[in-house]
Write a new protein. Structure first.
Length: 132
């Protein structure tokens, strides 16, 4: 019975899980941000980064963060990729998140994994910078 209950809860969680919609590239993200006057979040990761996976699958999809991120244009790229280099993204550690105005002015750079509570605090800082 415990296995069946666990399986049902797992399936329900999977069906209703928040799924982030990422733009296909940084240029597209900025074009959309300019069109809609939104902040851009560039999420930089590597394929083999456990903290990046944890950030994406725990923090960013939590309802509190996910609902705030609906107001942002989200794009992800790989550290040291040509795209990251073209935009001058200097990344030493991953995950790194860059927040830009629609005019491509940097609001904030955040490095590392953060819990929901801590990342919420960072988003407040970004939103404050966006209002200036």
């Amino acid at each position: 019975m415990k296995k069946a209950t666990f399986l049902v809860l797992f399936v329900i969680n999977f069906i209703f899980a928040n799924e982030i919609v990422w733009e296909k590239d940084i240029a597209t993200a900025f074009a959309k941000a300019k069109e809609n006057n939104q902040t851009v979040m560039i999420y930089v990761e590597t394929d083999n980064c456990p903290w990046c996976r944890k950030m994406k699958h725990r923090t960013l999809v939590d309802d509190r963060i996910f609902n705030k991120l609906k107001n942002y244009v989200l794009v992800r790229t790989i550290k040291n990729s040509q795209e990251a280099q073209n935009y001058g993204l200097k990344v030493t550690y991953v995950p790194t998140m860059f927040f830009y105005s629609p005019k491509e002015e940097l609001y904030k750079e955040i490095v590392g994994y953060y819990s929901v509570e801590d990342f919420t605090s960072w988003l407040v800082d970004v939103e404050t910078a966006a209002k200036k």
